[in-house]
Design a protein around this ligand. Structure first.
Ligand code: SAM
Length: 292
């Protein structure tokens, strides 16, 4: 019989046995509440026909619950001090592979190809290190790995931004960068009390489902993302001011912007946060078509 890792007493025991001390700089806040972990596994719909990638297994609390339900689990952990701990705690689960690597440096296509023995849908499930939530999300979204779904824990504020609707305060270039690829839904809120040590902010579980094709059709993805970043650069300024700031204030640029805004049927006096993904796409496509 194996005892669950994710209880306050077992966690304490494991930390003590291995003389482990937390590194704040690595975003180490470990989950010690089984119900939350079970809810994460359920939200992600993990079963024997799913392969899972986990970022930052810590001492294996979530990894263990994933391993009991998934075909295989591949976990990336940056902290070498956790490797002997994981070897110990995850010994009962032969379907887990821990890779000692910064996930941002990982070649996801290559490593999954080496580790996963069956060609099954891949889901990313993780309690993310909060200091690099956005880079990790973008690393997965921009990789060529076909990730079907991501169920990830992050600061509530970032989860709100990613799942935001146009016209709200939380809506911004991060919303668009993620929603371009994935449908985003806030699944549930997690109180700080279920972690050791307790973080300063509340957390949320975000469920992201891959769209069959991107949310909008753009002729140039890089130009589209450059435009959405530019539109939110100066938060309280109009779209027009932001565009001049990003693209230039000379007459030729002004004429190019004016023509494109007209074609896309967008009032330059609007603010960036009121534009939908479809409107940004229309504007970006007009800008590209009208380039001199
Ligand atoms: N999954 C465990 C849990 O839920 O209890 C631990 C989650 S903790 C919030 C984040 C984990 O990510 C830590 O184990 C930390 O060492 C690891 N980590 C931090 N930066 C990383 C990176 N760049 N690549 C891989 N793992 C990282």
């Amino acid at each position: 019989e194996t005892r669950d890792i994710a209880t306050p007493s077992r966690t304490k025991e494991i930390l003590k046995k291995h003389g482990f001390t937390f590194k704040k700089s690595l975003g180490q806040n470990f989950l010690t509440e089984l119900n939350i972990l079970r809810k994460i596994v359920e939200t992600a719909g993990i079963d024997g026909n799913t392969n899972v990638i986990e970022v930052g297994p810590g001492i294996g609390a979530l990894t263990e619950q994933l391993a009991r339900n998934a075909a295989q689990v591949l976990a990336f952990e940056i902290d070498d001090r956790l490797l002997p701990v994981l070897q110990d705690t995850l010994a009962p689960y032969p379907n887990v592979t821990v890779v000692h690597q910064d996930v941002l440096e990982a070649d996801l296509v290559k490593t999954t190809g080496e580790v996963f023995t069956k060609d099954l849908p891949i889901k990313v499930v993780a309690n993310l290190p909060y200091y690099i939530t956005t880079p990790i999300m973008m690393h997965f979204l921009e990789s060529d790995l076909p990730v079907a779904e991501m169920v990830v824990m992050m600061q509530r504020e970032v989860a709100d931004r990613i799942s935001a609707a146009p016209g709200t305060k939380a809506y911004g270039s991060l919303t668009i960068a993620v929603q371009y690829y994935m449908e985003a839904k806030l699944a549930f809120i997690v109180p700080k009390t279920v972690f050791v040590p307790q973080p300063n902010v509340d957390s949320a579980i975000l469920k992201l489902t891959r769209r069959p094709t991107p949310a909008v059709a753009v002729t140039d993805e890089q130009a589209f993302f450059r435009l959405t970043k530019a539109a939110f650069q100066l938060r309280r300024k109009t779209l027009w001011n932001n565009l001049l700031h990003a693209y230039g204030k000379d007459d030729a640029t002004k004429a190019w912007l004016t023509k494109s805004l007209e074609e896309a049927d967008i009032d330059p006096k609007r603010r960036g946060e009121t534009l939908s993904l479809a409107e940004f796409a229309a504007l970006s496509n007009a800008l590209e078509a009208n380039r001199g």
